[in-house]
Design a binder for this molecule. Structure first.
Ligand code: PMP
Length: 362
């Protein structure tokens, strides 16, 4: 692991070094099979063992109840923006909390399929906060209520599971905070996430769906690839699944388990993020972007208030061995993405750099 830098990318992001080492060791000849996992038929016995183990590990780590299906799909989280209404709409109505760019994109995509309603929006304050339960205006006859659990670009995160009226399923995009804390899966109808931040390489999307929600998809008019039931019935192998990504995801889930599970990940995440927020709150050179009670444990956003200084920060931090600290173009400033694989040392190094930069540029 020599010469690696602290990569604060929002995604694809750092992976645990033991996982990468294991990939390297397995690369040419996976456990005596004589081939790389990349070269294996997805119908082979060896690969069948890999995908089953990935699913079993993920189920243990996230305590996924037996009445939920776990799907490994392609197309990224963005494909699910359409697949969600396509699979879940019955009355044709659904409600969305607009807390950022990805929630808004999901809402816009869903409008092609039915009557969509914004149950909340923080757009006017450039998505600097997520709603409290009281602020949610969810229609009692909606089929589902949709949230983006962690808003990667703005650095905001729900600190609670929203409650919905009876019969309204809770659906969550957990792309940027899955595996970072325990989650009570039974409160959700659907949880989904692209893998490339906290679970593995880009190319796999995990959908966790309660079984009784399957079977409403109008297969006669919609593409078979987006039908969750088809994928569930075929154990994600209706066609060729993203085989290598699923293998790496299994290794990452095992790493989480070996490290003490999602509870340990939560402790680590709270430590990393509070080090940064405590420092940010203790000075006035940098300003935080997200409202205090909405702050994300995964993406910490801040700015100097001066675009030129922000650009200088990005450049000099890169030269100091920390990459991807430039904020998203829609927010500006800086963003430190500190997912599960980011060591405390990376955050210490970042804070040291921030102090020095503030001293030199105030
Ligand atoms: N949702 C969230 C919360 C994200 O952070 C992202 C990617 N940055 C997406 C959805 C889109 O994911 P993908 O690129 O896998 O379609």
């Amino acid at each position: 692991a020599d010469n690696r830098i602290y990569n604060f990318s929002a995604g694809p992001s750092m992976l645990p070094v033991p996982v990468l080492e294991r990939c390297a060791a397995d690369m040419l000849n996976y456990q005596g099979s004589g081939m790389s996992v990349m070269e294996m038929s997805h119908r082979s016995k060896v690969y069948d063992g890999i995908i089953k183990e990935t699913e079993a590990t993920l189920r243990r780590v996230l305590s996924i109840p037996d009445n939920y299906k776990v799907l490994f799909l392609q197309g990224g989280a963005t494909t699910q923006f359409a697949a969600i209404p396509m699979n879940l709409l019955k009355t044709g109505k659904a409600d969305y909390a607009l807390t950022g760019s990805f929630a808004s994109k999901a809402y816009k995509e869903a409008q092609k399929f039915g009557d969509m309603h914004a149950a909340f929006s923080s757009k006017e304050t450039n998505f600097d906060h997520v709603p409290t339960q009281d602020e949610l205006d969810i229609r009692p006859d909606a089929d589902y209520f949709y949230i983006c659990a962690n808003n990667t670009i703005y650095g905001t995160e729900y600190q609670y599971d929203p409650e919905t009226p009876a019969g309204v399923e809770l659906v969550a995009d957990m792309s940027s905070n899955i595996l970072s804390k325990p989650v009570d899966v039974s409160k959700y109808g659907v949880i989904y996430a692209g893998a490339q931040k906290n679970m593995g390489p880009a190319g796999v999307t995990v959908v966790i769906v309660r079984e009784d929600l399957l079977g409403n998809y109008p297969l006669e008019k919609y593409p078979v690839m987006l039908d969750w039931k088809t994928m569930a019935d075929k154990d994600s192998m209706y066609n060729t699944p993203p085989t290598y990504g699923i293998y790496v995801l299994g290794l990452v889930a095992k790493w989480v388990e070996d490290m003490g599970g999602v509870k340990a990940m939560q402790e680590r995440a709270e430590k990393r993020s509070s080090m940064l927020y405590d420092y940010l709150d203790s000075q006035d050179f940098y300003k935080t972007v997200a409202a205090k009670d909405s702050r994300s444990h995964m993406n910490v956003t801040f700015r100097t208030g001066n675009d030129e200084l922000d650009a200088k920060f990005a450049k000099e931090s890169m030269a100091a061995g920390m990459s991807n600290l430039k904020g998203h173009r829609s927010v500006g400033g800086m963003r430190a993405s500190i997912y599960n694989a980011m060591p405390i040392e990376g955050v210490e190094k970042l804070i040291d750099f921030m102090k020095k930069f503030a001293e030199e540029n105030k």
